[in-house]
Write a protein that binds this ligand. Sequence first.
Ligand code: KIV
Length: 273
Amino acid sequence: MSPAPERPTRVTVPWFRSRKGQGPPLVVLTAYDAAGTIAAEEAGVDALLVGDSLGMVVLGYDSTLRVTMEDMLHHARAVSRARRRALLIADMPWLSFHLGAGETVRNAARFVREAGADAVKIEGGEPRLEAVQALLDAGIPVMGHLGLTPQSVLHFGGYRVQAKDPAAADALVRDAEALAAAGVFSIVLEGIPSAVAARVTRAIEVPTIGIGAGPSCDGQVLVAHDLLGLLPGPVPRFVRRYADLHAAQVDAMRRFAEDVRAGRFPQDGETYD
Ligand code: KIV
């Protein structure tokens, strides 16, 4: 195992980028509010991603396509207020970076100016190079995202593992090389075979961050609600559940309800004289 890197007091884009091939894998976690951010900071994550998974795990939508810039900004600001050390990356929601360079930069700049984001993430490969270039020209660092990109769910016809056949795998490697050459500081690889993620990781000089992409990536990201078991129901096979907070919440709320109904709450020490 490689030695742990010196921990900076504040994670910056250059520090994150420089971890490629150095030390232990990078740790990225999604965050949507102050409580989740405080916990993730205490746990020592390297980067917080205000993901548009917000739509599915917080806002109750059935896909990320419903998430707006205003939704994302509202939660990015909450994360920013609680963030101390980790890099803060904001996910650009669907249609916020598809309608021309001007609108893309204006939207991304709102994450930087109004929510204190250090960088933005955008989904897609070659068709998004113009957007990536415009953002970099404006001085906004960009993280790429390839593979099972949830904003393309209609095109994919569901949440299916991508790049399974050799032609699709080659295309994904080309997309990653093009994004890296354009200047992204890192690329998320989601829902692809581990062998393809390993190829990409070898092929590019910026860190790959995997989610359902196997162990060869330079870092790993999970949706916080998945690893915490905050929602009932099944999770994808790449999720490791470290807690069952849904059951813990139901149990605590049920005991509160029972205590209220039985007249056991509040008691003397829980009231003002
Ligand atoms: O929206 C999100 O949470 C993401 C991660 C799963 C990478 O894009």
